[in-house]
Design a binder for this molecule. Structure first.
Ligand SMILES: Nc1ncnc2c1ncn2[C@@H]1O[C@H](COP(=O)(O)OP(=O)(O)OP(=O)(O)O)[C@@H](O)[C@H]1O
Ligand SMILES: [Mg+2]
Length: 378
């Protein structure tokens, strides 16, 4: 909105009056000084035009402005034009400044747009990184869980290894004790008897006969014990004659020693299994029978070997007192190795071992192992 400055108006009026009054005076300097003052006061062209018009009207009684070709009017115009110069200059500068400002604004807008694009890219990168970090965290969690699981398995494995080592040690102790009791002692006895024979040969034929018979019994006991050890460690009959004869031999011996009835029904095709698999079946039957003899208080055991689709199934069933299978297998107390060993052996050849046991029904150990009989080539 145009506005005037009264001090400036008065100065303008006075300067214009002086200029018009002196015919020869130059307008330039005074008028431009007024123009500068107008710029300093913040006036624009229109403000100065109003001041000028007001001054001309005020001076009208003193100078004749009415004539169209009035020299006063022309000179007043020159004064006004000179006064406008600083204002015009200032306005040019302002316009230039505005242009510069607009340019800067445009540059700023372009920068802002570029920044916004960069920002969006950054946001996308951050989001990507965040989801990467999440995936990393998730995979860290997973590997931590796997690590813990593997630690647990290592612990279990170490425990099992210790148990196997101590079981082996116990077995050796047992064998050593039995060798001492059942082989060495009879041998010492034989030696004593032989010495007595030497001394007592003169006592007559009758006493010689009874001494020899006693010595023979001692020798028989030792031979039987050695045979039993050999059979239990690795029955030669398994390699030489097969699984079924080996089971018969083992069962016969056990039945005689433990007062058990053992019945075997076996499908002959089982002998087509590789020896390693037949050994697994033999060891499972051996452990199951030993368990029956040791824990079941059973009177009768049956061993049944039958073909099944793509497999062979062996079941050892007793009529004993049964036991809580899951509780024993999952118990944290130091385990015995029989059941665990059976299971491991069967798993090792791709088979599956199950144990069913319930009061009144006894226990059934079932091993199913893969078997595909070779079809004879035509
Ligand atoms: N046929 C069964 N009838 C009753 N209880 C059984 C039978 N088989 C196993 N058990 C029970 O399961 C337990 C674990 O058997 P497992 O064969 O693993 O160990 P073990 O026979 O005690 O010792 P070992 O390590 O010398 O075999 C036995 O201690 C026994 O209590
Ligand atoms: Mg056992």
């Amino acid at each position: 909105m145009p506005h005037t400055n009264s001090a400036l108006s008065a100065r303008y009026l006075k300067a214009l009056h002086t200029y018009l009054a002196r015919q020869k005076a130059a307008a330039g300097e005074t008028a431009r000084a007024l123009g500068h003052s107008a710029v300093s006061a913040g006036l624009v062209t229109l403000d100065l035009a109003i001041i000028h018009e007001h001054s001309v009207l005020t001076l009208a009684p003193s100078f004749d402005f009415t004539d169209a070709g009035s020299a006063f009017l022309k000179r007043a115009g020159v004064f006004f034009t000179q006064a406008l110069v600083p204002l015009e200059k200032e306005q040019r500068t302002t316009r230039q400044n505005i242009r510069n400002l607009r340019q800067r604004n445009e540059t700023l807008r372009l920068h802002t747009a570029a920044l916004a694009t960069a920002n969006r890219r950054l946001e996308r990168a951050v989001a990507g990184r965040k989801s990467g970090e999440l995936a990393l965290l998730r995979s860290q969690d997973e590997s931590r869980a796997l690590y813990l699981e593997s630690q647990l398995m290592q612990k279990k494995l170490r425990k099992l290894t210790h148990q196997i080592i101590s079981a082996q040690e116990n077995e050796r102790k047992e064998i050593s004790r039995e060798l001492h009791d059942e082989v060495v002692q009879p041998l010492v006895g034989i030696n004593v008897e032989l010495a007595a024979l030497g001394r007592g040969a003169s006592n007559g034929v009758l006493s010689l006969h009874s001494n020899i018979a006693r010595t023979q019994r001692l020798v028989e006991t030792s031979v039987n014990a050695v045979h039993r050890f050999a059979r239990e460690l690795r029955p030669a009959v398994l390699d030489d004659l097969g699984l079924i004869p080996a089971l018969h031999a083992y069962s016969k011996n056990l039945a005689a020693r433990k007062n058990l009835t053992v019945r075997i029904t076996a499908f002959g095709g089982v002998e087509a299994l590789p020896i390693a698999r037949r050994t697994v079946l033999f060891r499972v039957a051996q452990e199951a029978l030993t368990n029956v003899a040791r824990h079941a208080c059973a009177t009768c055991v049956t061993i049944a070997i039958q073909p099944a689709p793509g497999s062979i199934r062996m079941e050892i069933h007793d009529n004993g007192k049964s036991f809580p299978v899951a509780a024993i297998l999952n118990s944290t107390a130091p385990k015995r190795l029989g059941l665990v060993g059976m299971n491991e052996r069967v798993l090792m050849i791709g088979g599956r071992l199950t144990i069913e046991s319930s009061p009144g029904k006894g226990t059934t150990v079932r091993a199913v192992i893969p078997f595909r009989p070779k079809t004879p080539k035509p």
